[in-house]
Design a protein around this ligand. Structure first.
Ligand code: ADP
Length: 164
């Protein structure tokens, strides 16, 4: 397969996301990591910060030449049209993601029948990791080194240290 789009918030990127990117690169030659602006959510990191954080993690892991990081405001199907890529990849954790992901999948296909979504089950060690739980633990000074890349742990520490 040529290329996939991996859309998400990545606020911040975790080892769970990284695992999905690494495994996507076994299926496709190239992955477009798309930071979608979602008006229903508030974020800790700005989109610009998230782009830089993802790029650093890609460099640290040797994936930089195989990915592109983009910011996108609007419907995912519009991004598909813009990139000329109609296959999305999403991660599925435990059972909690299933309902929401099914709704998104069906809506995307309704809006643009050409769009297909590949779901990768989360690896066991990352099944219960989310950006929000990582932020909660980091805020209270807990150890998140197993859950996010080291550079991201520093960004979280800095963000909360600066805020307090
Ligand atoms: P969104 O706001 O679109 O849910 P996220 O950044 O939270 O954005 O997640 C992006 C995608 O990555 C989603 O498909 C989500 O299920 C998946 N994902 C998030 N965390 C993990 C994880 N620990 N393991 C596998 N997939 C994950």
């Amino acid at each position: 397969m040529d290329a996939l789009i991996y859309p998400g918030s990545f606020d911040p990127i975790t080892k769970g996301h990284l695992d999905i990117i690494q495994r996507s690169l076994k299926i496709a030659n190239f992955v477009v990591i798309a930071i979608l602006k979602n008006r229903a959510k508030t974020f800790l990191f700005s989109v610009e910060e998230r782009v830089e954080m993802i790029k650093s993690v890609m460099k640290e892991n040797g994936f930089f030449d195989y990915v592109k990081v983009v910011i996108f405001d609007g419907l995912t199907i519009k991004l598909c049209e813009k990139e000329g890529i109609y296959t999305l990849v999403r991660g599925l954790r435990a059972i909690s993601d299933f309902e929401h992901e099914t709704a998104m999948f069906l809506m995307n296909r309704y809006l643009e029948p050409k769009v297909e979504t590949i779901f990768l089950m989360s690896s066991q060690e990352y099944s219960f990791i989310s950006s929000s739980i990582v932020k909660e633990v980091a805020y209270y000074g807990g150890d998140i080194s197993s859950h996010v890349p080291i550079s991201i742990a520093s960004c979280l520490e800095k963000k909360y240290f600066d805020k307090k």
